[in-house]
Design a protein. Structure first.
Length: 682
């Protein structure tokens, strides 16, 4: 009997583009959904952009546009990248939707009804320069439990401890680089301790990987479950809490609710009932998430679902992180690769297959080894799988497949016998094991072709039927391999379907050989990976060096008549070497905030973005020359590795580059159009 399955991936945040690390999860999920559909199950793949929070608000402010404009643009970019990797959502929505707001209200009313909401005055970190309360992600400091430095404001990446941002030792705002002050504000909390026994049982009932279940067990043994702070005071981009004006639901409240909100949108479009998917025992719910957000998805989220009467996940699939060449992805090494950049140079099916060879049902990190990446694709997919068709299909273009299946020494029977074993591996998420089993079969098929040598048989007109039989065996083995690989390689499956004029639509097609069919003209199905394309991708992903153009040789002093007064006033400094110059790290930055320093006659306080979440505070003596309001959004150049200087107004963490003698005659240097924050100048 077919199953009804609702599948979700964690919602990508609308403040950044998709990169190859993100793709581990979405490809893992897409493969599982495609497999379920191939097995005849009804699987609905739901996702959405996670759109609320301080980061969106601040970025929109810096770019001079509305949050709605920003998230609409990012949604298009995300969906374009996902489509490029053949990730096929049944519906892709947004947490900033009326459907999601309605579900938030419903769950909130249930929490209120059951007495699970508490109000409390709490101390919260406030950035006086950015003029906003700081979300967890905008605070870094020392873990109060283990003492690890540079930890985020919600949980420690070293020991796993959870805490509030104000509990951090020596916290710093990532928005301004300054130490935030503590301010009191009313916050709303959900008391999940009331569901202690239920959550303890649910997390240990087989709904999670064993590694995650063991990790969570500690939360139930050592202390009561802490209350969950689910509100943020204005200013905040999100949904205002209906019975608490001036407070907004924290992004982590409405983000998982986005699974239901997005399903509600899909139901409205297709005339279906939401309860059939989220309040039905006949529907399985499967979440795919990364290990960094398992705490939220396995404690807070099930508490919300339970209270509001929604179905709980049948299973939460949890994966680890991606490393590249054994190290964290790095912009400076070019291994922090955007999805769009990858697609400019490489076939998405390469990455789909490579990730599949690495993924298992365990909570494990996976490594992208680029040498292995090339070898696996070229050897497995091109050399073993596609090779079966490329070496045989053209020989029977006129005769077609044999009318009865030839004697192949039991090869097809062995291929078909692995059907349920490979299916079970897919079901469990053990894709690596499935890929190994499939390649074991490919290793049986290729010697058959090599020994039968169809290229020799075609030379003898008397052996036409023998040639036809050999090619019939090889092509049916190829087709079976492609069926087994089709959740991972949908484009290859489409090409094989065209070759055989027989669409691959069901897993059990691998049980029956094709006979008596005319074979279409063979066209190339997959190129080998060219290592040069990987090098280009990495080079282009590195922070590009902006070159400062020298004056053209065709220019003359007579043409421009530039005065020599400025040079005479400040002669060229003593000669330095290239090594001296290399010590300076000049970077393109964007001014995302600018304000006068009232106590200082010349200074303007600037917040400079180097891209992403990396910002610096700089005090510049340009008040006489520039109105701070006109600077916001402008690209300038800063000395990024200048030692910080403590001033009575705060710490200055660099220097912007300008020309001119001073006073009103100061001229900020700006890079040419196309330069990006974070790029090095040199």
């Amino acid at each position: 009997m077919s199953r009804n399955i609702l599948v979700t991936s964690a919602l990508p945040y609308a403040n950044g583009h998709i990169h190859i690390g993100h793709l581990v999860e979405y490809l893992q999920t897409d493969i599982w959904v495609r497999f379920q559909k191939l097995r005849g199950n009804r699987a609905l793949y739901i996702c959405a952009d996670d759109t609320h929070g301080t980061a969106i608000m601040i970025r929109a402010r810096a770019e001079g546009r509305s949050e709605e404009e920003l998230i609409a643009e990012m949604s298009q970019a995300h969906q374009r990248d996902f489509a490029g990797f053949h990730i096929a959502f049944d519906h892709y929505g947004s947490t900033h939707s009326d459907h999601n707001r309605a579900v938030c209200h419903e769950i909130w009313a249930a929490l209120r009804r059951d007495g699970m909401v508490a109000e409390q005055e709490i101390d919260q970190l406030y950035d006086t320069q950015a003029q906003t309360f700081l979300a967890d992600r905008f605070v870094r400091g020392t873990c109060p439990k283990c003492g690890s430095t540079n930890q985020p404001g919600d949980n420690c990446g070293h020991c796993g401890a959870t805490y509030t941002p104000s509990a951090l030792i020596d916290p710093l705002s990532t928005l301004s680089g300054t130490r935030p002050e503590v301010r009191s504000a009313t916050h709303l909390f959900v008391r999940i301790e009331q569901l202690h026994d239920f959550l303890d049982h649910w997390t240990q009932s087989g709904t999670l990987p064993s590694e995650s279940a063991n990790y969570l067990k500690n939360f139930f043994l050592n202390s009561p479950l802490r209350d969950w702070d689910i509100s943020r005071p204005a200013p905040y981009f999100g949904f205002e809490i209906p019975d608490s004006p001036g407070n907004y639901w924290y992004v982590w409240f409405d983000a998982p609710i986005g699974y239901i909100g997005s399903t509600s949108e899909w139901c409205a479009i297709h005339g279906e009932k939401l309860d059939d998917w989220w309040r039905s025992e006949s529907t399985e719910i499967h979440h795919f998430i990364g290990k960094d957000i398992q705490y939220f998805h396995t404690l807070f989220w099930p508490a919300m679902l339970k209270t509001a009467g929604f179905s709980l996940p049948r299973f939460v699939h949890i994966h680890g992180f991606l490393t590249v060449e054994g190290e964290k992805m790095s912009k400076s090494r070019g291994t922090f690769v955007r999805a769009s950049k990858y697609l400019e140079h490489l076939d998405p099916e390469y990455l789909r297959y490579y990730y599949a060879t690495k993924l298992s049902s365990r909570v494990e990190d996976i490594d992208l080894n680029l040498g292995e990446f090339v070898a696996r694709v070229n050897s497995d997919l091109v050399g073993k799988v596609v090779n079966l068709a490329s070496r045989t299909a053209r020989f029977i273009a006129d005769t077609g497949l044999s009318d009865t299946y030839p004697d192949d020494g039991g090869l097809f029977v062995r291929f078909a016998a692995r059907n349920e074993e490979i299916a079970e591996d897919y079901e469990k998420g053990d894709y690596g094991k499935a890929m190994r089993a499939i390649m074991e079969l490919a290793d049986l098929a290729n010697p058959y072709v090599e020994e039968s040598a169809p290229w020799e048989l075609r030379k003898d007109p008397a052996r036409v039927q023998e040639l036809r039989d050999v090619c019939t065996v090889a092509l049916n083995l190829f087709r079976t391999l492609v069926i087994y690989l089709s959740p991972v390689l949908p484009t290859l499956a489409e090409k094989a379907s065209t070759l055989f004029d027989d669409p691959i639509t069901h897993w059990d097609q691998a049980q029956t050989p094709l006979l008596g069919k005319v074979i279409g003209k063979f066209t190339h199905m997959m190129q080998r990976v060219d290592p040069k394309n990987i090098e280009k991708m990495l080079d282009e992903s590195k922070e590009e060096t902006a070159s400062v153009s020298a004056p053209s040789n065709t220019s003359t002093t007579q043409t421009w008549s530039d005065s020599g007064d400025a040079l005479a006033a400040t002669p060229i400094a003593p000669e330095i070497t290239i090594d001296d110059f290399a010590k300076l790290d000049l970077r393109v930055v964007r001014i995302i905030d600018a304000a006068e320093v009232p106590e200082a006659r010349k200074l303007v306080r600037l917040i400079l973005s180097l891209g992403g979440d990396e910002t610096r505070q700089v005090f510049a003596g340009i008040k006489a020359a520039y109105d701070p309001a006109t600077l916001i959004g402008r690209l300038v150049v800063m000395v990024a590795n200048l030692a910080p200087r403590k001033m009575k107004f705060g710490e200055s963490q660099g220097m912007i580059v300008a020309a001119g003698p001073g006073g009103e005659d100061i001229f900020l240097l700006s890079p040419d159009q196309g330069a990006q924050p974070g790029q090095r100048v040199g």
